[in-house]
Design a protein around this ligand. Structure first.
Ligand code: NAD
Length: 287
């Protein structure tokens, strides 16, 4: 028993909407907060889209179960109301330290003392945020992957100040919402997933940008020789090229050269991946 029943998700964008939906779908009492009623209208659309995706892709989500989930999510544009009785707040606000700082400074004042805080941040370390929370013992990172109904890892990473009982409660909660919890024992930028994935994707782009092999052939080698279901360029297309481009652009001169190749050949041509119908492959039916 984790003691977690009521969950509030802050931010209803790509990941926040998925986290809220999956948590409500798993039977928890869920509230969401976003900054304006207009954005909450967009959130309602996102939840309806997720219900349709669950009906198609999640075994057992038929018979109205997914559609009913939408009606069980309470939406707020008032932070104090949204977190009034929360056992756990999961923050999925923009990846900007200043925004996160403002959120936690406010949250630390208005959330009940019992509330655990978890950030879904992909690139910030929890120790960069913990002091803004006013309760570092009850603060962890809880990192989901995009499309959480099928890519269901939840990496849990505390700081030196995190209470081990809180860490364990969040691991238990992740499991209760159908995730495979992965405890990260020490703070590590990129957690496990991105510590592996980012260098892997960079190496693949280096091969194609350097003219050594075509993207399809790089993917072919990886699939055939390792038995993996997807090659790196198929993964790029799913992630969307903007984020990898930004990461490469922040790197050294060689990484910036690869970024320029990606921009010129793909991004500038509107080929951003699956979401735009083309990236390294064309969709819906890549060869
Ligand atoms: P997003 O831009 O799609 O959504 C961010 C949401 O936060 C928006 O709805 C925005 O209105 C809202 N917001 C803005 N200011 C806010 C505030 N002060 N308080 C609460 N909400 C506020 O972003 P996203 O892709 O969902 O990413 C959110 C977090 O999740 C980031 O920390 C990111 O690193 C992490 N993450 C993203 C992915 C991904 O694939 N997109 C994967 C794992 C983790």
């Amino acid at each position: 028993m984790t003691g977690i029943k009521k969950v509030t998700v802050l931010g209803t964008g790509v990941l926040g909407s998925q986290i809220a939906f999956q948590t409500a779908y798993s039977g928890f009492d869920v509230s969401v907060y976003d900054i304006s009623p207009d954005i909450l209208d967009q959130a309602r659309k996102r939840f309806a889209e997720l219900a349709a995706i669950y009906e198609k892709e999640v075994p057992g989500a038929t018979g109205g179960k997914a559609a009913q989930t939408v009606g069980r999510i309470a939406l707020y544009s008032d932070l104090a109301e949204a977190v009034a009785d929360a056992d756990l707040v999961i923050e999925a606000a923009p990846e900007v330290l200043k925004i996160k700082r403002e959120i936690y400074e406010k949250l630390g004042q208005i959330a009940p003392a019992k509330t655990i805080f978890a950030t879904n941040s992909s690139t910030l370390l929890p120790s960069e945020i913990k002091d803004f929370t006013g309760r570092p013992g009850r603060f962890v990172a809880l990192h989901f992957a995009n499309s959480i109904w099928k890519f269901n890892t939840a990496e849990v990473m505390g700081t030196a100040d995190t209470d081990p009982a809180i860490f364990d409660a969040v691991v238990g909660f992740a499991s209760d919402i159908g995730m495979v919890p992965i405890p990260i024992r020490k703070e590590k930028a990129g957690y496990v997933l991105n510590s592996l994935l980012v260098p892997f994707l960079n190496a693949a782009a280096d091969l194609a940008a350097g003219g050594y092999a075509e993207p399809e052939d790089v993917d072919k080698v990886w699939r055939i020789a390792t038995g993996a279901p997807m090659g790196p360029f198929q993964i790029y297309d799913i992630i969307g090229l903007n984020t990898p481009y930004n990461i490469l652009s922040n790197g050294d001169a060689h990484a910036q050269k690869i970024a320029a190749w990606m921009k010129e050949n793909y991004i500038d041509k509107g080929k951003l991946g699956v979401s735009t119908g083309a990236g390294f492959y064309t969709y819906p039916k890549p060869d």
